[in-house]
Write a protein that binds this ligand. Structure first.
Ligand code: AMP
Length: 214
């Protein structure tokens, strides 16, 4: 079960990947996470990666492709994997085809208004980092953390105008990749406009029916 997950920020990809990873026993491989870990490790590669990430640039295709190639060669990927954040350019999609044969690409879709509503309602505790949502998971007292009493704030990145811009960048970046896989007939759109309780079972069912047939 070699999967690629594609979806805009805030669509809930992390939640779906965690559920699929647990159900099918395959690793969730996020290149963003891999890159952040390497930077934290302070390796020579990490220092190089940092220069790009800190400037808001994509890491060059050769570097990230090499990291993915190495990761996919490990034992835990033998039965499959969920690739998230890669490919991010057409070149990467072509490189990935040389590394392995992708079975299915899940393209998570939701209207911009739904995503903006989800992200811009997010509030974070300044003290303990607990996450709330003004509509879907409100604290007992507005603006105050249930757990530690700390003040809640909204990340700059989560403001509606910033989210709208991030969505625009996402659509531009991923349109050719979505098209690439759609033409190959291995892409399925998954409606992710509802809550995770609805979308997670939908994803698991889809994968079960696709892969049960072998
Ligand atoms: P993300 O968490 O997916 O937003 O990734 C964080 C940062 O890592 C991005 O802003 C890029 O600088 C870098 N990155 C992650 N995945 C890739 C990729 N496939 N190609 C190039 N750069 C990437």
């Amino acid at each position: 079960m070699r999967l690629v997950f594609i979806g805009p920020p805030g669509v809930g990809k992390g939640t779906y990947a965690a559920a699929v990873s647990q159900r099918f026993g395959i690793p969730h491989i996020s290149t963003g996470d891999m890159i952040r870990e390497e930077i934290k490790r302070g390796s020579e590669l990490g220092r190089k990666l940092k220069e790009y990430v800190e400037r808001g640039l994509l890491v060059p295709d050769e570097i990230v492709t090499e990291m993915v190639r190495e990761r996919l060669s490990r034992e835990d990927c033998k039965r499959g994997f969920i690739l998230d954040g890669y490919p991010r350019t057409l070149k990467q999609a072509e490189e990935l085809d040389r590394i392995t044969a992708i079975d299915l690409v899940l393209n998570f879709v939701a209207p911009d208004e739904v995503i903006i509503d989800r992200i811009s309602g997010r509030r974070i505790c300044r003290v303990c980092g607990a996450i709330y949502h003004v509509k879907y998971m409100p604290p007992k007292v507005p603006g105050v953390c249930d757990r530690c009493g700390g003040p809640l704030y909204q990340r700059e990145d989560d403001k509606p105008e910033v989210v709208a811009r991030r969505l625009e960048v996402y659509r531009q970046q991923f349109a050719p990749i979505i098209e690439y896989y759609r033409r190959r007939g291995i892409l399925v759109d998954v409606d992710a406009s509802e809550q995770a309780e609805v979308v997670v079972p939908r994803v698991l069912k889809l994968l079960e029916s696709r892969f049960a047939k072998g």
